[in-house]
Write a protein that binds this ligand. Structure first.
Ligand code: CAA
Length: 246
């Protein structure tokens, strides 16, 4: 039976590329989006026309109960989740002295608490079946910090700590837990940066350009494969040389 992959934030730039890659690897896809997502029907039609076996899984993953209900429906309609890709995320960039309480909580809830909310629903099933993959989209800015992103950098660093802790708890059960940390990727999120600020950022990337979403998705598809069984608790940088460590 083909494996089931749940991708949160699936209809965004990186999420779409991930769905394509995991489908090409033979998986059936549950594509999470917010309830009432305006792109939903057009996106599903586009993916199905490409041969992707996909259902929409609507839920605000910053809420625990909604995440639980979403996974119940996926299990009923597709079967248990074998691969979880935590890709849902937002930015509310602001210098810290101007950052409001809402800017903080929305980013922590959508980017970090969501990882708890969704992973909590699927991890026991993965462990009891003896195979699973949890992959979370962290960021170069979680590792190095970024001017204007105290909230986002905190959330993304939190995802890496979460993954290392959980990886130890499930390593003997055939479940790996990893992060991928993209640099600046050509998506709506990055296009929203003020043009002068973005130009300066791109000039600082050694490779001299933004990443394409598929360059991130390729690494995620590898981590989701059987070949990556020995990689766990890792945080793989894909950043064009913007931040080198390890
Ligand atoms: N380091 C040090 N100082 C900086 C700086 C930096 N990186 N960037 C700006 N400054 C300085 C400016 O020179 C300016 O100084 P003066 O007041 O002396 O002139 C001061 O800080 C204010 O800067 P801004 O004019 O930019 O302030 P603003 O309030 O208009 O904008 C901001 C603030 C919205 C945070 C804006 O700087 C910004 O958008 N920064 C980019 C944030 C960013 O990288 N976001 C990534 C989004 S994509 C993403 O998150 C995906 C991913 O994972 C990578």
């Amino acid at each position: 039976m083909a494996r089931v992959a749940l991708v949160t934030g699936a209809m965004g730039g990186i999420g779409t590329a991930i769905c394509r890659r995991l489908s090409r690897a033979g998986m059936r896809i549950a594509a999470n989006c917010l309830p009432g997502e305006p792109r939903r029907d057009e996106w599903l039609a586009m993916m199905r026309a490409e041969g992707v076996e996909v259902i929409a899984a609507e839920a605000d993953v910053s809420a625990f109960a909604a995440s639980r209900d979403m996974v119940t429906v996926i299990e009923r309609d597709l079967g248990p989740v074998d691969v979880l890709v935590n890709c849902a995320g937002i930015t509310r960039d602001s210098v810290f002295r101007k950052m409001g309480e809402e800017d903080w909580h929305q980013v922590i809830d959508s980017n970090l608490t969501s990882v708890f909310n969704v992973t909590r629903q699927v991890i026991e099933g993965m462990a009891s079946r003896g195979w699973g993959r949890v992959i979370s989209l962290s960021s170069v800015n979680g590792t190095r910090g970024q001017f204007g992103q105290a909230n986002y950098s905190a959330a993304k660093a939190g995802m890496a700590g979460f993954s290392k802790a959980l990886a130890q708890e499930v390593v003997k059960k055939g479940v790996t837990v990893n992060c991928v940390s993209p640099g600046y990727v050509e998506t709506a999120m990055v296009r929203a940066i003020r043009p002068d600020v973005l130009k300066a950022l791109v000039e600082g990337i050694p490779i001299g350009r933004l990443a394409q979403p598929d360059e991130i998705a390729a690494v995620i598809a590898f981590l989701a494969s059987d070949d990556a069984a020995y990689i766990t608790g890792a945080n793989i940088p894909v950043n064009g040389g913007l931040h080198m460590y390890g």
